[in-house]
Each structure stands twice: as structure tokens, then as C-alpha cells.
Design a protein around this ligand. Sequence first.
Ligand SMILES: CC(C)(COP(=O)(O)OP(=O)(O)OC[C@H]1O[C@@H](n2cnc3c(N)ncnc32)[C@H](O)[C@@H]1OP(=O)(O)O)[C@@H](O)C(=O)NCCC(=O)NCCS
Length: 167
Amino acid sequence: MIRKAKYNDTASIQNLICIFSETGKVLFRSFDEIRENISSFWVYEKNDQVVGVCSLKRGWGRLVELRSLGVDPRYSGQGIGTKMIEASLKEAMSTDCDELFVLTYAVSMFKRLGFSTIDKAKLPHKVWNDCNACLHQENCDETAMVLSLASLRQKKAIQTLPTAAAI
Ligand SMILES: CC(C)(COP(=O)(O)OP(=O)(O)OC[C@H]1O[C@@H](n2cnc3c(N)ncnc32)[C@H](O)[C@@H]1OP(=O)(O)O)[C@@H](O)C(=O)NCCC(=O)NCCS
């Protein structure tokens, strides 16, 4: 079951993020940071355990970032990661942001979900402040990918237009 995170998920979220931050796949998040931003997290719960996590970060102007995506390796390949991305995308669509971006190693996965690769230099400079907490720092080999929320909204609006016959 996918759901928004609650305060008492903080420790489970942090444990999960730590598995991946140790290898630089996601950025480390402190307990306090997760707790303060708990409303930005989604979790995937299975058998009363948090086995997937993902969050949306605002504050980049018209961009919103999908970050802290991780699935417990014991549950990988079951579609949980995809569901977490889809839930985040749905939430991003309800904001006033124009683009959803991600810095990732899972390029083929995001490509399949409609993201495309962009030059990292096109992201706002302040995004890189967060990289001080990353193992790789200036040797960043992640790929920046974006999905246009504006075009998705337009497509949706066109799909919901009444057909000529219905007018
Ligand atoms: C990436 C991750 C979230 C995928 O979670 P998951 O629940 O296994 O994903 P899904 O089951 O929805 O898999 C979707 C597809 O993506 C593929 N995929 C998974 N991880 C991938 C990766 N690192 N690179 C490319 N493709 C990947 C899967 O093989 C699967 O493909 P298939 O449908 O053809 O079999 C998970 O492997 C993980 O936590 N990785 C470590 C942390 C990380 O890299 N996070 C991404 C940071 S943005």
C-alpha cells in the first residue's frame, strides 16, 4: 500500500535511505530533516513495514525534485519503485510547478516513465548546494532527467475536452 508518510515513519524512512546513501545512490537525510519534511514523503508499506520511500522537494522555483527514492532490496523488481514515482508525479501535477526533475542512476527506468535526459548545468545552481552532503560531490556521475508537467497538463486537458458530437 502506498501512502503519505506519518511522523512515526521517520525512523523507518531514515533506515531505508541509509542503505542507499552509504553507496551514494541517494543523499543522506538526517532524522530531524526527514521529520521536519515528513509531509513531502511517500512510503510503500508491506506487512506493516516501510519497504519503499520517495519524496518531492519544492523550493526550486518552477521546478520540483523527485528525491530519496529507494526500495528495500528484498522487494525490488515488484513495481514498488514505479508506483512511488507515479504517486509523486501525480502530486507534482497538482502543484504550480512546470517540471519534475530527478538526479539518478536509474536512467532507463525514468525514461520508460516519460522522463528525458537534460544537461545538469541547466538545473538552478542552488540545487548543487545539496551535493555537499553527497559522497560524489564534484565527481557527480548521476544523470539529470526531467518531465514536463506543463505538457502533461495540456495533454490531459485535451483528452478531457468534450468531443464535437457531445457538444
Ligand atoms: C531504483 C529502485 C528505486 C527501483 O525500485 P524497484 O521497486 O525495484 O522498481 P520497479 O520494480 O518498479 O522496477 C521498474 C523497472 O526499472 C528497472 N530498474 C530498477 N532499478 C534500476 C536501475 N538502477 N537502473 C535502471 N533500471 C532499473 C527494473 O529492472 C524494472 O525493469 P523491468 O520492468 O523491465 O523489469 C531501486 O532499485 C532502488 O532503491 N535502488 C537504489 C536507490 C536508487 O538508485 N534510487 C534512485 C534514485 S533517483
